[in-house]
Design a protein around this ligand. Structure first.
Ligand SMILES: *[C@@H]1O[C@H](CO)[C@@H](O)[C@H](O)[C@H]1NC(C)=O
Ligand SMILES: *[C@@H]1O[C@H](CO)[C@@H](O)[C@H](O)[C@H]1NC(C)=O
Ligand SMILES: *[C@@H]1O[C@H](CO)[C@@H](O)[C@H](O)[C@H]1NC(C)=O
Ligand SMILES: *[C@@H]1O[C@H](CO)[C@@H](O)[C@H](O)[C@H]1NC(C)=O
Ligand SMILES: *[C@@H]1O[C@H](CO)[C@@H](O)[C@H](O)[C@H]1NC(C)=O
Ligand SMILES: *[C@@H]1O[C@H](CO)[C@@H](O)[C@H](O)[C@H]1NC(C)=O
Length: 263
C-alpha cells in the first residue's frame, strides 16, 4: 500500500531524493571536517570530529594525540612516548665526578642529570653534563631527566645509567721494613712494604715491583701492607700501585722507587 502511494506521489519522491542528498552531503562534510592535529574541536558538535587517532581534549578544545603518545611534526603522526626515551646516554666515572653524554640531536631537549640523592641537577650543555664532588670508587646511579611540553602537557621522561667512579690514586709507599732475616744463597731478606690507601671503596690493589736487573714481581692485595717480599738489601726498587673498584675499573697509577736498607 505505502509502496503504491510512494510510486504515485511525485512530491514524496522529490522529498526522498532531497533527504538522500542531505544524508550524503552530511557524510561528505563530516569526512572533510575531520579535524587535524591542533585544530579546535568540540565534543558536543558531532560533525566536528578529530581525525583518528586524535582525540578532542576538552580542557583545551583541541584535537591532540591520545595519552602516552606525542605528535611528531616530521611524520605528522602520533607516536609512542617510549620513542622519546633517551637510548644513547653514556656515563663514565672519573675519580670525583661522573660525566654523561648524549648525542648532539638529544641535547636540544631540556635534559638534566643527577646521581642518587645528590642535590646537584646538572643541565646538559653541548651534549654533556658533569656531576662533580662525588666520592671516589663508588657506585652511583645517574638519572637523566628530559622535561618537555608535549600536547600542552608537561612530560618528564627519565632513564637511568649505572656508573662507578674510579678509586683515587693510591698513596706513596710509607714504609719498607726488614722483618725476619733469613740466610739465602741470594743474600735476600724478607721485607714488609706498606703504602697509603686510596680514598674510596677499593676492591683490590695491584702492587708491582722490579729492580734494574731481572727481578720483577706482582701482588694482588686487599690490604695496604704486603708481607714477606723477598728483596736484596741496599738495592733500588721501582714500584707501581693501582687500585681497582668494585667494577674492576682502575685508578691512576702511583709510581715511585725506594732503596732497601743496607745489611
Ligand atoms: C561547543 O558547542 C556547544 C554547542 O554547540 C556551544 O554551546 C559551545 O560554545 C561550544 N564550545 C566551543 C568551545 O566551541
Ligand atoms: C646509589 O644508588 C644505588 C642503587 O640504589 C646504590 O646501590 C648505591 O649504593 C648508591 N650509591 C650511593 C653513593 O649512595
Ligand atoms: C661494569 O663493567 C662491565 C664490564 O666492563 C660493564 O658492562 C658494566 O656496565 C659496568 N657496570 C657499571 C655499573 O659500571
Ligand atoms: C664497596 O664495594 C663493594 C663491592 O665491591 C660493596 O659490596 C660494598 O658495599 C661497598 N662499600 C661501600 C662502603 O660503599
Ligand atoms: C680486572 O681488570 C684486570 C686488568 O684490566 C684484568 O686483568 C682482570 O682479569 C679483570 N678482572 C675481572 C674479574 O674482570
Ligand atoms: C714517595 O716518597 C719518596 C720518599 O718519601 C719520595 O722521594 C718520592 O718522590 C715519593 N713519590 C711520589 C710519587 O710521591
Amino acid at each position: 500500500m505505502a509502496t503504491e502511494r510512494f510510486k504515485n506521489d511525485k512530491r514524496l519522491q522529490v522529498l526522498a531524493l532531497f533527504a538522500l542528498y542531505y544524508v550524503l552531503l552530511n557524510q561528505l562534510q563530516s569526512a572533510n571536517a575531520e579535524i587535524q592535529h591542533g585544530g579546535t574541536c568540540n565534543s558536543t558538535d558531532s560533525g566536528n570530529v578529530c581525525k583518528p587517532p586524535l582525540v578532542c581534549k576538552l580542557e583545551f578544545n583541541v584535537c591532540l594525540c591520545p595519552v602516552t603518545q606525542y605528535y611528531d611534526s616530521r611524520t605528522q603522526k602520533c607516536e609512542s612516548e617510549n620513542n622519546l626515551k633517551r637510548k644513547n646516554i653514556k656515563c663514565r666515572g672519573e675519580t670525583d665526578s661522573v660525566i654523561c653524554s648524549l648525542s648532539q640531536d638529544d641535547s636540544i631537549l631540556n635534559t638534566y642529570v643527577s646521581v642518587n640523592s645528590s642535590s646537584q641537577v646538572i643541565p646538559f650543555s653541548q651534549g654533556q653534563a658533569e656531576i662533580k664532588h662525588l666520592s671516589p670508587g663508588t657506585y652511583y646511579v645517574a638519572t637523566i631527566t628530559s622535561k618537555f611540553v608535549i600536547e600542552f602537557y608537561n612530560k618528564i621522561i627519565t632513564s637511568t645509567v649505572a656508573v662507578w667512579t674510579k678509586p683515587d690514586k693510591p698513596g706513596n709507599i710509607s714504609s719498607v721494613r726488614k722483618t725476619k732475616v733469613q740466610e739465602t744463597s741470594l743474600e735476600s731478606y724478607w721485607y714488609d712494604i706498606t703504602f697509603e690507601a686510596s680514598r674510596g671503596n677499593v676492591s683490590y690493589y695491584i702492587f708491582m715491583i722490579k729492580n734494574t736487573k731481572e727481578y720483577t714481581n706482582s701482588f694482588e692485595t686487599k690490604k695496604t701492607t704486603i708481607s714477606n717480599v723477598l728483596l736484596k738489601p741496599g738495592t733500588t726498587y721501582f714500584f707501581s700501585i693501582t687500585a681497582y673498584n668494585g667494577n674492576n675499573t682502575s685508578s691512576d697509577v702511583t709510581e715511585g722507587s725506594f732503596k732497601t736498607n743496607a745489611e
